[in-house]
Ligand binder design. Structure first.
Ligand code: NAD
Length: 448
């Protein structure tokens, strides 16, 4: 993994390194290269867009705003999204197709950005790297563990750049948290918590199918890929996240962000040792087969990690890193560190069980040894930082396009993406098997 954090200069960190209160709380950042001057024409990167739906339309919009980045062609199985791609690029003659192979065979195209449903990720990535194209592919990397292995192997064999689209690994907020943790501010890590809750139909994926969707405007047969074939179903097209045949549940949709961000902040690049899930379809009984409440306990090495997703109650998305020296909370727009001394602040209340004279003597001694001098009482403080939205996709796309130019590693390669996706597959397997599961590296499979 390439952490571009070293480019950024922070003030006040030496005090943090000592685990003391901060001498200076101002953070100065060098201007992001993203905002730096014009890119030479020779550095132009032309990409092909595969999948121009909810996420793909955002990726396309943001990519063409980056210096030197051009969309050469777009592909989607639904014709309405050909129109959309031409609208976004303001190019009425942008080449569009239903066949992504045409983009892979096009020598004018340097790389691919793909935002297709989860059940298509593996095939698109494997075909792209076999055709010699670098690819940015949306998260979760795979729809099943074996797919992730095939994808990582194909990327390695072809020496192609694969960036998986969990954008918070490119965020300044997570980079800041990563630095604070690496400096030991939290002491020994005890427990990591993360959670997210939503409470509305859109948050629960009850999306409205496009009104003109039909077998005439959509290649429904191809859309289904290797999933069991069924009659044309506009709800499956729009709400594919609800079914395991196409999606990966709240685990692949939302948990993967919490996991990839946590892995990045803690410097982890491996699958969890164990996962144990609970959950159910408690609120959205609309025919889905993936849980709408899903909580998972993990062991990452010996570190307990507890992640909770809930589509029936709104809760702000938050991480809480709990350490022997304090708590670090990380959310979408900032982080705050509250130190803890780990020491008693008063005589132990156990002394209430001492006879009077004994308790008095104990408390007197304790106070003599521990009470700070007048005027030297500690003033505990909470340190907070605000930053740009950690769900901003632009820095992550930029990291990919820069890698396409420089051939330097991306921040979230196929191995990292595979490990993050494995945590989600383990959460799903544990939920369906109603048992703790582990990743078995020798057989490369999930076992109970
Ligand atoms: N990183 C994030 O924050 C984030 C946010 C939303 C979605 N996503 C991910 O983006 C991906 C797409 O999600 P979405 O909500 O945009 O889905 P979507 O259904 O809105 O769009 C997917 C598009 O892909 C097209 N498609 C499917 N198979 C294809 C194929 N073989 N060839 C060409 N086009 C094909 C579909 O026709 C559709 O237009 C998913 O993997 C999802 O997890 C990531």
């Amino acid at each position: 993994m390439n952490n571009n954090f070293s480019r950024r200069k922070f003030l006040g960190m030496s005090a943090a390194a000592a685990g003391a209160s901060f001498a200076a709380k101002t953070v100065l950042l060098e201007p992001e290269p993203l905002l730096a001057g014009p890119v030479a024409a020779s550095d132009r990167v032309r990409f092909g867009m595969i999948g121009v739906g909810m996420q793909g339309s955002g990726l396309l919009t943001q990519s063409i705003e980056l210096p030197g980045i051009e969309c050469a062609a777009a592909c989607d199985l639904y014709d309405g999204r050909h129109t959309l791609a031409r609208e976004i690029t303001a190019n009425p003659s942008l080449p569009v197709t239903r066949r992504y192979r045409e983009l892979l065979d096009n020598k004018e195209i340097d790389c691919i950005v793909a935002a297709v449903p989860d059940h298509w990720h593996k095939q698109v990535v494997v075909d792209a790297v076999n055709a010699g194209k670098d690819i940015y592919c949306e998260k979760p990397m795979s729809h099943a563990p074996a797919e992730g292995i095939e994808m990582a192997d194909a990327a390695k064999k072809n020496s192609r750049i694969v960036q998986i689209g969990s954008q918070r690994v490119s965020s300044l907020i997570c980079a800041k948290a990563k630095e604070l943790i690496a400096q030991g501010m939290l002491g020994d890590m005890m427990l990591v918590e993360g959670w997210l809750g939503r409470n509305d139909p859109t948050g629960a994926w009850e999306y409205p199918p496009p009104p003109d969707l039909s077998p005439a405007t959509l290649d429904w047969d191809t859309w289904q890929g290797t999933a069991p074939k069924k009659a044309f179903d506009p709800y499956a097209f729009a709400r594919w996240r609800c079914w395991k045949e196409y999606g990966t549940g709240v685990a692949g949709d939302l948990l993967v962000h919490l996991i990839s961000g946590m892995m990045f902040m803690l410097g982890i690049n491996e699958a969890p040792k164990q996962a144990m899930s609970i959950g159910g379809i408690l609120r959205w009984k609309d025919g889905r087969n993936m849980p709408d409440v899903h909580a998972t306990n993990y062991y990452y090495g010996d570190l307990p990690v507890y992640m909770r997703l809930n589509l029936g109650t709104e809760m702000p998305e938050l991480y809480r890193f709990q350490g022997s020296k304090g708590i670090l909370e990380v959310n979408e727009f900032g982080l705050s560190y509250t130190p803890q001394t780990g020491k008693d602040s008063a005589p132990s209340y156990y002394s209430q069980g001492f006879p009077h004279a004994m308790r008095e003597a104990y408390e007197k001694k304790w106070r003599a040894e521990n009470t700070p001098k007048l005027g030297e009482e500690p003033m505990p403080e909470t340190i907070s930082f605000k930053g740009p939205d950690y769900d901003d996709m632009k820095p992550h796309l930029w990291n990919f396009f820069q890698a396409v130019r420089s051939r330097k590693p991306v921040v979230e390669d196929a191995v990292f993406g595979h490990h993050a996706a494995l945590a989600c597959h383990m959460a799903n397997e544990s939920y369906f098997r109603k048992a703790a599961v582990r990743w078995d590296e020798s057989s490369r499979s999930i076992k109970t």
